[in-house]
Ligand binder design. Structure first.
Ligand code: ATP
Length: 315
């Protein structure tokens, strides 16, 4: 059985429009299926929890933005061997970009029906206060989280999505956040080694290259089982930050002094010194930061409709 999970509000209705196109195809009418449409925040996680025990599921087809995919992965718990096909219908769609998922939604759907091959993808896990959650794209503390928060809360996001320019919201949010953001000091543990960074802009651990609707923030990141790439931007003046982000599009920011990219199997974000709350983002959704440990899951999820070749951790 094919399971569809659709977020009708993703991309200001883009995911819903994609599903309408799929419903008109011959293949859709031929397959045995069950369709779930999310009704509120957190609903996709509840749906995933309920359905993973259904017998004879062939694939979970998620048509949404990255936030809903994040919920589905977390709802699947230990049943993550079930293949997932992600049809991007959000505004940022970094998961699809990072996984080289085909651009045309009807081609993705056709490939899911005709080709049962799936590619492995190693998600990340973050632990805090005794809870364990997973992320598909990245977890970031500081500037990127405040940009994501600003974009998610902006009324312009809806409007830009309507005219097909949803990705631009991250550029507007970046400029707005730049003026009010306060740099912070942080203590990190990377595979047991301690690091202190002063005047930090952000710390980001990612499973693939992209954030913010196509910014190549981790140009060397590859999809593999062992390591994340960890980016730390520190000691950079505000004047240089805009120039730095202008070069992120092609990965040129890595040449700036104060930009460090490391690889780690385990990242502890211990203490942040700042006299106001600081935000983190996980797959684009934001909350107030608490100390946490980030690791990589050793069993991969299975993604259909991708074009990438997995590189070994030793490459
Ligand atoms: N019917 C609904 N009404 C309100 N919120 C919903 C509904 N269904 C899902 N959500 C929530 O919408 C949020 C955003 O979803 P999603 O990430 O899929 O789309 P998006 O924000 O348009 O895309 P992107 O993350 O690429 O910007 C998620 O947190 C999800 O829980």
């Amino acid at each position: 059985m094919y399971i569809f999970i659709i977020n009708p509000i993703a991309g200001n209705g883009k995911a819903k429009r994609i599903f309408s196109q799929i419903k008109e195809t011959k293949q859709y009418h031929k397959i045995n299926k069950k369709v779930f449409v999310t009704k509120y925040n957190g609903h996709a996680e509840e749906i995933a929890k309920k359905i993973v025990d259904f017998p004879s599921i062939k694939v979970l087809i998620v048509i949404s933005g990255d936030g809903t995919l994040h919920e589905v992965i977390n709802g699947m718990k230990e049943k993550r061997h079930l293949p997932i096909a992600f049809i991007p219908g959000g505004s940022g769609n970094d998961f699809a970009r990072g996984n080289q998922i085909m651009k045309n939604p009807l081609h993705i759907f056709q490939s899911i029906i005709e080709d049962e091959n799936a590619s492995p993808y190693w998600i990340g896990t973050f632990h805090f206060n005794g809870t364990k959650r997973h992320f598909v794209n990245s977890i970031g503390i500081g500037f990127d989280a405040e940009v994501a928060k600003c974009a998610n809360e902006s009324v312009m996001k809806k409007w830009l999505n309507t005219i097909g320019l949803g990705r631009l919201i991250y550029l507007f949010a970046l400029i707005k956040t730049l003026f009010r953001f306060k740099l912070f000091d942080v203590e990190l543990g990377l595979d047991g080694k301690r690091y202190h960074y002063k005047k930090c802009l952000m710390v980001l651990a990612g499973n693939h290259q992209y954030i913010g609707g196509g910014l190549k923030i981790l140009p060397d990141a590859t999809i593999q089982e062992k390591y994340f790439s960890v980016l730390i931007i520190h000691g950079v003046s505000k004047r240089k930050i805009l120039a730095l982000f202008a070069t992120v599009l092609w990965g040129g920011h890595t040449k700036f002094p104060g930009v460090s990219i490391l690889k780690a199997e385990e990242l502890n974000i211990k203490q942040i010194k700042l006299n106001r709350p600081i935000y983190y983002q996980v797959d684009g959704e934001t909350a107030i930061f608490k100390a946490c440990t980030i690791t990589k899951e050793d069993k991969p999820i299975q993604i259909m409709g991708t074009k990438y070749q997995v590189k070994s951790a030793n490459d």
